[in-house]
Design a protein around this ligand. Structure first.
Ligand SMILES: Cc1cc2nc3c(=O)[nH]c(=O)nc-3n(C[C@H](O)[C@H](O)[C@H](O)COP(=O)(O)OP(=O)(O)OC[C@H]3O[C@@H](n4cnc5c(N)ncnc54)[C@H](O)[C@@H]3O)c2cc1C
Length: 388
C-alpha cells in the first residue's frame, strides 16, 4: 500500500492552497500527449500516470486515509476533479477506485478488504463492470446470467455486454441471478471475479468511431469460490444501488460541452462563420445553454458542499449537459462543411480539428449512466410527481 500514514489531511488546507497544489502536480506530471484525448484511455497509456498518483497517495481521492485514500470531503473532491478536467486529464480504467472499491470498503469481509483494496490501489487489480446484458440494460433487474452453488463454489453461466475496457481488466464485478424464484430485484448477488478464471471469454465490440471500447463477456461453467460473494447472498441489488448521486453529478460537469464550445469557436472564427447571423444565433444559444448547465451544476455542487444528499432532480443535470454537448458536436460538423465529415484531424484555415470524433464520443452520453428517457421518467415520477 502507498504511504497512507504520510498522507496529509488535505481537508485542513484552504481551498486555494489545495487547488494550487493539485494544479502544480497535474501540470508537472501528467503526460502532455494524453491531454484532451477524445477516446477512452487504455491501461497501457495510463499506467505510468497511475503509478505517479499511487506513489503520491493520490490515486483514490474518495477513499478514507486509513485505507490508502486521500479522504477528501465533497468540496475538496470537486476541486480535485475540476483541476484534472481543466488540464484535460483522461480518465484511466478507474472503476476499481470509483465504483467497486467503495463497495468493498462498505460491504467486504476483512479478508476481501485485505486482498482487494491494496491491489486495486496499486493497479495490480484493474476492474470492469459486468452489469448489462443483451436484454437487461435500463431494466437491469431482468438480468439472466446465473450463478449456482456447487460445493464451495459458484458456477456461473451467461453473458454480459457493453463491458467497458473489459480487455484491460484483471477482474470483473458482476451482478448474477442466484435465486430464480424470488422477485426480480431480490434474487441477485454481487460477485468479484478474476478474469483469468477458465470459461470466461471476451469478444471486443468496435464502436462507431472505430475504437475497441467495450466487450461482450461470456461465462461458460465458470467456477469461482464462494468467498467471491460481496455482501449478502441474494442482496446484490442493495450493494449495486449504494453508488448513486455523486456519480451523476460527475457525469453532469459542464467541462465536456465547454471543451467542445472552445473548439467550435476556434473553427467558426477561422472560417468567419460568426459574421453569419444564422450561425451566430445558434452558436450564442448553445453558449447560453452551457451557462445554464454550469449554473445548475454549481447549485448541485453547493448542495454537496453543504453535506446534503443529492435528490432525484440531479437527473435534470445529466440530461441538460449531455444533450447540449451533443448539439454542439452536431454544429461543429456543420461548421466543418465538407471537412466536417472526413475522419481524422483536419486543417481548417490553420486550425487543426477532429470533427467526427467529438460527435461519435458524445452519442452514447445520453445512454450510459442511465439514458435520457429513463432520467426523464425519474423527473416525471419523483420530482414533478406526474401520474404514471
Ligand atoms: C459507452 C458505453 C459504455 C458502457 N459501459 C458499460 C459497462 O462498463 N458495464 C455495463 O454493465 N454496462 C455498460 N454500458 C451499458 C449501459 O448501461 C446500457 O447501454 C444502458 O443501461 C441502456 O441499456 P440498453 O443499451 O440495453 O438499452 P435499452 O434499455 O434496451 O433501451 C433502449 C432504448 O429504450 C429506451 N427505454 C428503455 N426503457 C425505457 C422506459 N422504461 N421508458 C422510456 N424509454 C425507455 C432507452 O432510453 C433507450 O433509448 C455502457 C453503455 C455505453 C453506451
Amino acid at each position: 500500500m502507498s504511504a497512507a500514514a504520510a498522507i496529509p489531511d488535505y481537508n485542513a488546507k484552504s481551498d486555494e492552497d489545495f487547488r494550487s497544489e493539485v494544479r502544480a502536480f497535474v501540470e508537472r506530471e501528467y503526460p502532455p500527449q494524453l491531454r484532451f484525448i477524445l477516446q477512452r484511455a487504455r491501461w497501457h497509456e495510463m499506467k505510468g500516470w497511475w503509478g505517479k498518483l499511487y506513489a503520491k497517495g493520490w490515486i483514490a481521492p474518495n477513499w478514507p486515509r486509513e485505507d490508502g485514500g486521500m479522504g477528501l470531503d465533497a468540496g475538496k473532491m470537486l476541486i480535485y476533479m475540476e483541476e484534472f478536467e481543466r488540464h484535460g486529464c483522461a480518465r484511466p480504467p478507474d472503476q476499481g477506485i470509483t465504483q467497486v472499491g467503495p463497495l468493498i470498503l462498505r460491504f467486504g469481509t476483512p479478508a476481501q478488504k485485505a486482498w482487494y483494496l491494496p491491489r486495486t490501489l496499486s493497479g495490480e487489480c484493474i476492474w470492469c463492470q459486468g452489469y448489462s446484458e443483451p436484454n437487461a440494460g435500463s431494466d437491469l433487474a431482468s438480468l439472466q446470467t446465473a450463478a449456482v452453488i456447487d460445493g464451495d463454489d459458484f458456477v456461473i453461466n451467461g453473458q454480459k455486454i457493453w463491458t467497458s475496457l473489459a480487455d484491460d481488466a484483471t477482474h470483473i464485478y458482476l451482478l448474477v441471478r442466484t435465486d430464480k424464484s424470488a422477485k426480480k430485484q431480490q434474487g441477485i448477488s454481487f460477485l468479484l471475479v478474476d478474469m483469468k478464471t477458465p470459461g470466461i471469454q471476451l469478444r471486443p465490440i468496435v464502436n462507431l468511431a472505430g475504437h475497441g471500447e467495450f466487450c461482450q463477456v461470456f461465462f461458460d461453467n465458470v467456477r469461482v469460490p464462494r468467498n467471491t460473494l460481496l455482501g449478502q447472498m441474494n442482496d446484490g441489488w442493495t450493494v449495486a444501488k449504494a453508488l448513486l448521486g455523486f456519480e451523476r453529478l460527475g457525469i453532469g460537469s459542464p467541462r465536456r460541452p465547454q471543451y467542445a464550445l472552445r473548439r467550435l469557436e476556434a473553427v467558426a472564427r477561422a472560417k468567419g462563420l460568426l459574421e453569419d447571423p444564422g450561425f451566430s444565433d445558434r452558436f450564442i444559444a448553445l453558449k447560453l445553454d452551457i451557462e445554464d448547465g454550469a449554473a445548475l451544476y454549481g447549485r448541485f455542487v453547493e448542495q454537496v458542499k453543504r453535506g446534503e444528499p443529492l435528490g432525484q432532480d440531479v437527473s435534470m443535470l445529466k440530461i441538460w449537459t449531455m444533450e447540449t454537448w451533443q448539439r454542439l458536436t452536431e454544429l461543429l460538423i456543420e461548421a466543418g462543411a465538407e471537412q466536417g465529415v472526413v475522419a481524422g484531424v483536419q486543417d481548417v484555415a490553420g486550425v487543426e480539428t477532429d470533427f467526427l470524433n467529438p460527435f461519435y464520443y458524445s452519442r452514447p452520453a445520453t445512454i450510459y449512466g442511465g439514458s435520457s428517457e429513463i432520467q426523464r421518467n425519474i423527473l416525471a415520477k419523483y420530482v414533478l410527481k406526474l401520474p404514471s
